[in-house]
Design a protein around this ligand. Structure first.
Ligand code: NDP
Ligand code: 2IT
Length: 446
């Protein structure tokens, strides 16, 4: 670690104790930005880095609700409003028992740079709760969402902060949250994205993160004079990002052979397509059961307590959660001849795993570039809400495709310009940062 990175990280760790995921996300960005700061003394003087790592506002609140047995339950709710230099705070809500302030700060921090890369005017934010929707009835989820919104409503607004989904928050949860906001404010406004089509949603938003990930992967492979057609892909997860990534990868001629959850993985050597993919989508949105059910239904092997990265593949696309590819997983992928890793999830690769990819010439696309299609179409949903007008499926998909291509170009250009050609991590961090830093410079010390 250089002196520059060490000094900033010592401060970050002292001020944000017991927040390892946040430290990890900050360190990666700071390492990439060292050459930028060296060329821009004005950023150093205005303490842009020291300011950008401090959230503008963190809201933490009690979420009490009553379960189906009549028992009072208490969860913790959060919204991290990280940076509004280039637009209102924008980013998802995560409902998962593992949610902590550290996780939401890492996600909110990443979101600043991701949103900047989309070229749309959105600042960075993230929120959520340690609530576990899995195993809860629809009524329980509704009561929880209503209680969560009873506090959140006073902090968000169509020009202030616009949450969306993330792990554990899909169409059902966005519906309950929207309904409660509308009741509290007596206003029908675009305060959430990922809404239902009949009440302000955008076509392609459900598909956007997965499709965008596939579009980005296609660009990465083109850049290497490779194609996606005929490639074998391993993914983790099987949720929103995973299912729609599979759909688009199939359309582009690839074969996806694994899915996983926190309990293990399934290997389907024939590829997940047709009615199997239809079943998988229902498994996640309707039945809400473990990936093991997929193995049972199609007579496949369920591999408990292991990750899919031990299966031979050309490409790996994690779509589940943070730090789900560690050093040994990365070594397995290299040994098996993998040529590219694109992160559908946020920060799924540990720093040691990324080192392995870099040292072995694997094309590595970081989440903040690869999975930016989701928030990009959220931005398009906001535009449509403001216009009170809807674009067609083809129009939104075409815009998404262009945005993903443009992100690839700006990432590659920034990596070249700052002396690390082909390094998507540096390129994404630098390209995302410069726009936000310049906006912060323009707006003074606030
Ligand atoms: P979903 O809730 O739809 O799906 C999450 C998937 O990940 C499920 O298959 C879930 O399986 C699995 N998963 C969750 N936690 C763990 C865990 N601890 N270990 C292993 N598997 C786990 O979420 P999304 O698809 O929306 O999000 C997936 C990832 O993509 C996240 O990292 C999210 O931040 C990122 N992302 C999402 C975007 C979006 O628009 N939705 C946009 C950009 C990034 P199970 O719960 O059964 O274990
Ligand atoms: O991580 C992400 O980019 C998301 N969960 C989507 C955020 C959004 O506002 O659409």
């Amino acid at each position: 670690m250089s002196n520059f990175v060490e000094t900033i990280m010592a401060d970050v760790k002292a001020k944000n104790q017991a927040q390892p995921e946040f430290h990890q996300a900050v360190q990666e960005v700071i390492e990439s930005l060292e050459p930028v700061i060296a060329q821009h003394p004005e950023y150093k003087e205005a303490k842009i880095l020291e300011r950008i790592i401090e959230p503008e506002r963190v809201i933490m609140f009690r979420v009490p609700w009553v379960d189906d047995q009549g028992t009072v339950q208490i969860n913790r709710g959060f919204r991290v409003e990280f940076n509004s230099a280039i637009g209102p705070y924008k980013g998802g809500l995560r409902f998962h028992p593992s949610v902590t302030l550290s996780i939401l700060k890492f996600l909110g921090f990443e979101q600043i740079f991701k949103n900047s890369l989309t070229t749309l005017p959105m600042g960075g934010g993230k929120g959520g709760s340690d609530f576990q929707p899995k195993g809860r009835s629809d009524d329980e989820v509704m009561r929880f969402c209503q209680s969560f919104m009873n506090e959140l409503f006073r902090h968000i607004g169509p020009n202030t902060d616009i949450p969306a989904g993330d792990i554990g928050v899909g169409g059902r949860e966005i519906g309950y949250l929207f309904g409660q906001y509308k009741k509290l404010r007596n206003a029908f406004e675009g305060i959430l994205t990922g809404k239902g089509l009949a009440w302000g949603g955008s076509l392609i938003r459900p598909e956007a993160t997965g499709y965008g990930t596939a579009y980005f992967l296609k660009e990465v492979l083109n850049h290497r004079k490779e194609t996606i057609d005929g490639k074998t892909i391993c993914i983790s997860g099987y949720g929103n990002v995973g299912c729609y990534f599979i759909e688009k990868a199939n359309e582009l001629g690839a074969k996806v052979v694994t899915i996983s959850d926190e309990f293990g993985y399934v290997h389907d050597p024939e590829g997940i397509k047709g009615e199997k993919l239809d079943y998988l989508k229902d498994l996640w949105t309707i039945y809400r059961e473990s990936a093991e059910q997929y193995a049972k239904k199609f007579n496949l092997k369920w591999v408990p307590e292991r990750r899919p990265w031990e299966v031979k593949c050309d490409i790996a696309v994690p779509t589940a959660t943070q730090n789900e590819i560690e050093k040994d997983d990365a070594l397995n992928l290299v040994k098996n001849g993998c040529i590219a890793v694109c992160e559908g999830a946020n920060m799924p690769s540990s720093p040691e795993a990324i080192d392995v990819f870099m040292q072995n010439g694997i094309a590595f696309g970081p989440g903040k570039a690869v999975n930016a299609g989701g928030v990009a179409v959220s931005g398009l949903e906001m535009s449509q809400n403001s216009m009170r007008f809807n674009w067609s499926r083809d129009e939104v998909d075409a815009k998404l495709h262009v945005i993903m291509k443009d992100i690839h170009t700006s990432v590659i250009t920034a990596a070249d310009k700052y002396g690390t050609p082909g390094n998507y991590v540096n390129g994404a961090n630098i390209a995302g940062f410069i726009k936000v830093a310049n906006a912060m410079m323009d707006q003074g010390i606030v």
